[in-house]
Design a protein around this ligand. Structure first.
Ligand SMILES: *Cc1c(COP(=O)(O)O)cnc(C)c1O
Length: 370
């Protein structure tokens, strides 16, 4: 029996290698290595992918995409940004990079997404933005969030780092909020071969502001019209992304197919993290839940099946965020999920045979644990 890793880009790379090599050689021969035609092309192409009237700014990472959007919106010290602690740390790093204060809303225990029923109690006159995290490729109900915020001057940023290709009511993740942030970290649904990220919005002036922020606040060379940072998408990564973008929908379809096999094959007594109503999930991760998580994980490892935990430590309980003053019990659903979640192998090239191997291993392991 061969081992099944939780993620592997090797097979996909071997298929794309000639096109990637050509694209990289073209960049090296072009004399333009940073913010050149590849980035401009990718920004247009990704905007067109997201839908009509979307503008994009390529940046160095998903973390930076969130931070640059916040800076572009003028969010800074004294401002509060509400998000969840059941996310990748970078969501919170970005809020701090902008100088703002993160505020955590607990998540729904079944979906793991922000519990909109609890949001209101976290809103204050200092709240400027809600960052809705589309965790695992599932989606927060952005129209419901918008209705809840009503006429308050609070913007919605979608954290789409795990949700390329997900949709809600037929509209793609990243096209529903005031702005959205994408990551192209290699493991994401659309991954570069290094770091990359992108800010998107229908607000052309916000994206124009983000383009200043990503390059020291320059509008033209050597003069900052505002303060900025250095966060550029480089031509090499943009060239890779231009090769890969046309494949994204096909890859997401394969992820959905794999999720379907898992769904059918896994015993019903093994709980799944639930999908929000109306969402066509992009399955960046396929996540199950059990109180026997650590035992199940060890049993699968013994059979060569790789798994992940997203995420083992709720952010509010990490030493780096002790200063927020929250403790065990502050966000009970977030804490419970951190103890129970387990991510099964998921990548487009996994294929039916390996998916069946995972299913068989999980069934066997569960029987052994009871
Ligand atoms: C990966 C990720 C990010 C950050 O992206 P980087 O490109 O690694 O900086 C932000 N939010 C979520 C939910 C992520 O999964």
């Amino acid at each position: 029996m061969t081992a099944v890793p939780v993620f592997d880009y090797g097979e996909q790379y071997r298929e794309l290698a000639p096109a990637v090599a050509q694209a990289m050689a073209d960049v090296l021969g072009s004399g333009q290595l940073v913010l050149g035609p590849q980035v401009a092309h990718f920004e247009r192409a990704f905007g067109a992918y997201l839908g009509e009237g979307m503008f994009c700014a390529g940046v160095n990472s998903g973390t930076d995409a969130l931070a640059v959007l916040l800076m572009g919106m003028g969010v800074g010290p004294g401002d509060e940004v509400v998000t969840v602690a059941n996310t990748a740390v970078p969501t919170v790093s970005a809020i701090r990079m902008a100088g703002a204060t993160p505020v955590f809303c607990d998540v729904d225990r079944d979906t793991g997404l922000m519990d909109l029923g609890q949001l209101e109690s976290h809103l204050t006159p200092a709240t400027r933005v809600v960052i809705a995290v589309h965790l695992f490729g599932n989606m927060v109900d952005i129209p419901a969030l918008r209705r809840l915020l009503g006429s308050r001057p609070i913007k919605i940023i979608e954290d789409c780092a795990q949700a390329h290709g997900a949709s809600l009511g037929g509209r793609l993740a990243g096209s529903l909020g005031d702005a959205s942030a994408f990551s192209f970290y290699p493991t994401k649904n659309l991954g570069a071969y290094g770091d990359g990220g992108l800010c998107a919005s229908t607000d052309a002036s916000l994206i124009a502001e983000c383009k200043k922020v990503r390059m020291y606040g320059f509008e033209q060379s050597y003069c900052s019209v505002r303060e900025g940072i250095n966060s550029r998408l480089d031509e090499m990564q943009a060239a890779v992304l231009n090769v890969k973008l046309p494949h994204l929908d096909g890859w997401v379809a394969k992820r959905r197919e794999i999720a379907g096999w898992y769904e059918q094959g896994l015993p019903t007594r093994l709980k799944r993290v639930q999908t929000n109503a109306g969402v066509d999930h992009a399955y960046h991760l396929y996540v199950v839940r059990t109180q026997q998580r650590d035992n199940l994980r060890a049993a699968l490892a013994a059979k060569g099946i790789g798994t992940g935990i997203h995420y083992p430590y709720p952010i509010h309980l990490m030493p780096g965020y002790e200063w927020m003053g929250l403790r065990e019990g502050s966000l009970p659903n977030t804490e419970q999920l951190a103890r129970e979640v387990l991510s099964l192998p998921m990548y487009p090239e996994l294929g039916r045979e390996r998916a069946q191997q995972v299913v068989a291993a999980v069934c066997g392991a569960l029987d052994g644990l009871e």
